[in-house]
Design a protein around this ligand. Structure first.
Ligand SMILES: [Zn+2]
Length: 302
């Protein structure tokens, strides 16, 4: 087992005392504050820096992965990971005594979490007040987690489906599965990820093998590029713009292409990334209480 910094500090201090010498022991690293000899305390910034240090691209100059609430020097009392820091998730975080939420998606309803246009908005104010009054830090980990290799958001989802074995290192988002009809693929997805319904375009009896997974909201241009380059039997998305990707697939089918589309819902498609995040934290920071809280789908089905 690898010793963490504060344990190393503790051991080196203890060794000096045992040796009966009075030496000034300089901490090996200033990363981990040493409190009462045994407690390990980490700041929000230390957790962020540790994760970023493992991303091959390193620090990004432009990123949406900023703190949406709180600051880097805050001491972490417990961490919650979730796809979205919804008001419900924030309240559960407060309930369990945690004070740091690592969310995958925006807190304030737009990609950049720009809040200038939300001034005096009652929903924004309610949520922002809840965070401020309870000293909750929120970090969006989106650009960084997607840059780990392989992208754990996609790979943890494919693991859940037991389909990672059908992917390759070269294209980890493409699974070439043994032939299934489209309706079988849909039912399999629903069962494995526990969703009631999907939206789709295609012939339910179509043979499917090449499945291209573009989870979350990859955007129409990325969808079209993926379709052109990989020519999958099915494109499986988190969410789409109906007037872009869905119409493109409809026209492609009218032209004679045998391509189908399955839309799972954004959260259903990416939530396993937040479960991965919780596992990562428990491994790297075992002394911190970490809880994955499902934000669940925003939309219901009737
Ligand atoms: Zn994502």
């Amino acid at each position: 087992m690898k010793l963490n910094n504060s344990r190393r500090n503790f051991i080196s201090k203890a060794a000096v005392i045992a040796g009966g010498q009075v030496l000034l022991v300089k901490p090996l690293l200033s990363m981990t504050p040493f409190v009462n000899g045994f407690n390990e305390n980490f700041t929000v910034g230390q957790i962020m820096d540790k994760f970023i240090s493992e991303v091959p691209s390193g620090i990004l100059k432009e990123t949406v992965d900023t703190l949406k609430s709180g600051h880097k020097e805050m001491e972490v009392k417990g961490i919650v990971t979730s796809a979205f820091a919804t008001i419900e998730v924030i309240k559960k975080t407060i309930e369990i005594g945690a004070n740091f939420i690592i969310a995958h998606e925006p807190t304030f309803y737009n990609h950049l979490d720009d809040t200038t246009w939300l001034k005096n908005d009652p929903v924004f104010e309610y949520k922002n007040d809840l965070l401020q009054k309870n000293n909750i830090a929120v970090w969006r980990n989106h650009d960084y987690i997607h840059r780990l290799l392989p992208d754990p958001v996609t790979s943890s989802f494919l693991e859940k489906l037991n389909w990672k074995q059908y992917t390759t290192k070269a294209i980890p988002s493409l699974a070439t599965i043994p032939l299934m009809h489209l309706d079988q693929v849909i039912n399999y997805l629903k069962e494995k990820i526990g969703i009631q319904q999907v939206r789709f375009i295609g012939d339910l009896q179509q043979d499917c093998s090449k499945l291209l997974f573009m989870l979350g909201a990859s955007g129409s241009k990325a969808h079209f590029n993926g379709l052109r380059q990989i020519k999958p039997d099915v494109l499986i998305c988190g969410e789409i713009s109906e007037w872009e990707t869905a119409e493109y697939i409809r026209d492609a089918r009218s032209k004679g292409d045998k391509v189908s589309l399955i839309v799972l819902g954004h959260i259903a498609s990416e939530e396993s990334g937040s479960e991965f995040m919780a596992t990562w934290l428990k491994t790297k920071f075992p002394s911190i209480n970490t809880t994955f809280i499902s934000s669940g789908p925003s939309l219901s089905f009737l």
